[in-house]
Design a protein around this ligand. Structure first.
Ligand code: MLT
Length: 261
């Protein structure tokens, strides 16, 4: 597996470290609104082949992305952090928890799920890899973009819709293929949830059709003491679509997280 260090990574602010892991086919740009949350050291990487990080040299797994996240923490001398992940970023955050629970002091799971792909979804990913290899990422952008924000936001805030389109269009063919392969091959994290021993916030957009509120409720029920926030008028990119509401919930949650000594 290739994880290609170093990854591009923004590092701003002071306070409790939070590592924000983006989803697919996105980049660290989806977390720009969160970098305004005060009292936080924001660590915001681009996964290989997305944003400013060069593509991976070959196949990736969710575990390999998670190793890259821990490597960034090591490089920056961060002993423990809140790990926050949106969708594929959530799959990676759960893999960080599985590999290195002692490096977590909190977990934020955003529009994600613990379950692996069903066989038909896995087959579709493999089909998409073939299509992207043959014709590029445009079909991925066109099929996924409408699910990222609500129809109302696409209609009333065209700049936001365009910003998401630009982020998705910037994904490289190699990054998209590697992410599809990693997601298709990921395991079931259900067994991990009852063993999560850090404060956990689960956030979902009420209109998320990719990872709907039922996924978030199931994770909240399985993780000891987890808190669930369902954001109205938000789809898959709940943090980007409703940054005010998301940041209030995240800031409240972060206020009760203690970095491990
Ligand atoms: C994501 O937003 O990261 C993807 O939609 C996740 C997925 O396709 O499972």
């Amino acid at each position: 597996m290739h994880s290609d260090s170093p990854w591009a990574c923004r590092d701003s602010g002071t306070g409790t470290p939070v590592v924000w892991i983006h989803g697919y086919p996105l980049s660290s740009a989806i977390y720009e609104p969160q970098e305004a949350i005060p009292g936080v050291r924001h660590i915001v990487p681009d996964l290989p082949g997305f944003g400013a990080t060069p593509p991976p040299a070959g196949a990736m797994t969710i575990a390999a992305y998670a190793e890259g996240i821990v490597r960034i923490m090591d490089e920056k001398g961060i002993r423990s952090a809140v790990v926050a992940g949106l969708s594929m970023g959530g799959y990676i955050a759960l893999a960080v928890a599985r590999q290195s629970m002692e490096r977590l002091c909190g977990l934020i799971l955003i529009d994600t799920r613990e379950l692996p792909d069903a066989p038909d979804a896995r087959a579709k990913r493999l089909e998409t890899i073939g299509a992207v290899r043959a014709s590029g990422t445009a079909s991925v952008v066109e099929s996924m973009l409408p699910k990222m924000l609500t129809e109302e936001t696409f209609r009333d805030d065209r700049a936001k819709g365009l910003a998401v389109r630009r982020i998705m269009e910037s994904a490289s063919v190699e990054g998209v293929i590697a992410a599809l392969g990693a997601m298709a091959g990921r395991g079931d994290a259900s067994d991990l949830l009852p063993r999560i021993e850090v404060p956990t916030l689960v956030v979902v957009g009420r209109d998320d059709a990719i990872t709907p509120p039922a996924d978030a409720e199931r994770m909240r029920n399985a993780i000891p003491g987890a808190e669930l926030v369902v954001l109205d008028r938000a789809a898959h990119l709940a943090n980007f679509e409703r940054p005010g509401e998301f940041n209030s919930a995240a800031a409240r949650f972060l206020g009760r997280v203690e970095p491990r000594r």
